[in-house]
Write a protein that binds this ligand. Structure first.
Ligand SMILES: CC(=O)[C@@H](O)[C@H](O)COP(=O)(O)O
Length: 257
């Protein structure tokens, strides 16, 4: 079981709800992913006016927990205001906090992120910060009151998978007791399995499912991969070696003799 701010969930896949070909496909992807948590961009959907209302209704009907996000916010003020609106709309203290700092990479503005996290935790929010793999920033986020961290593995929507596996492993090792969710940049189920093998607690992804040829089938594939990665981590995988090691060490002997 995964414990996030005292809420226990079975599924270790958190799914984004943007860019699906249709609401029906989104609903089917959510069902086949077996996710218990979806993230929703309040700014993007609210910008649709009436359509935004219908979308929020659809999300409520999915029967999963909502993690509203501040996607598209580029300043502390915008992110804090969006979080407060999201709390009213979805009646939850959970907020996935994004403060975007760079137009090309959509890299978080980590200074603004820490500031916004401090303000929001002070107002009773339970903050899921989308951050880089920088350990110092992560420490500051914990000091600001975050009890979950969400490091990226590659830029949002890039589908690259982990571009710096060493940093992600160090991040995991540095915060053994903090729930860690890899967020953004996952492109394939194998990428998700890899970060779960590093010992991450969960994965949040959107583009890789919404943009797939068959989003619902891909959602299910991710669910299997995440479970496989988790199982493999618990089974303690071998470390790679430089040299060959014979897998059949004793030559000429009968099996088990
Ligand atoms: C939906 C959402 O929250 C994204 O901002 C998130 O970071 C996912 O990124 P990918 O689309 O790369 O999976």
């Amino acid at each position: 079981m995964l414990n996030l701010y005292d809420v226990e969930v079975h599924s270790r896949l958190l799914l984004g709800t943007a860019r699906y070909p249709s609401p029906a496909v989104l609903a089917e992807a959510v069902r086949r992913s077996k996710t218990e948590i979806v993230t929703v961009s309040l700014r993007r959907e609210a910008a649709g006016g009436k359509a935004g209302g219908a979308f929020f209704e659809l999300i409520r009907e999915l029967g999963v927990r909502v993690l509203p996000n501040t996607a598209g916010c580029h300043s502390v003020q915008e992110a804090v205001l969006t979080a407060k609106m999201a709390r009213d709309v979805f009646r939850t203290d959970w907020i996935k906090l994004e403060v975007i700092g760079h137009h090309d990479t959509l890299q978080p503005d980590v200074f603004g992120l820490v500031e916004a996290a401090r303000i929001l935790t002070g107002e009773g929010f339970q903050v899921f910060p989308y951050t880089t793999d920088d350990l110092v920033v992560a420490e500051k986020l914990l000091e600001a009151g975050c009890r979950v961290l969400m490091p990226w593995c590659a830029p949002i929507g890039s589908a690259m998978g982990s571009v710096n596996p060493m940093a992600l492993r160090a991040f995991r090792a540095h915060f053994p007791d903090v729930p860690l969710i890899v967020d953004a940049g996952i492109g394939r189920p194998s990428h998700a399995a890899a970060v779960m093998e590093y010992g991450y607690d969960a994965v949040l992804l959107n583009t890789a499912v919404a943009g797939a040829g068959d989003p619902a089938a891909m959602a299910e594939a991710f669910a299997f991969a995440i479970d496989a990665g988790r199982l493999a981590h618990g089974a303690v995988p071998l470390e790679p070696r430089d040299m060959a090691v014979p897998s059949t060490p004793v030559i000429g002997k009968a099996v088990f003799s």
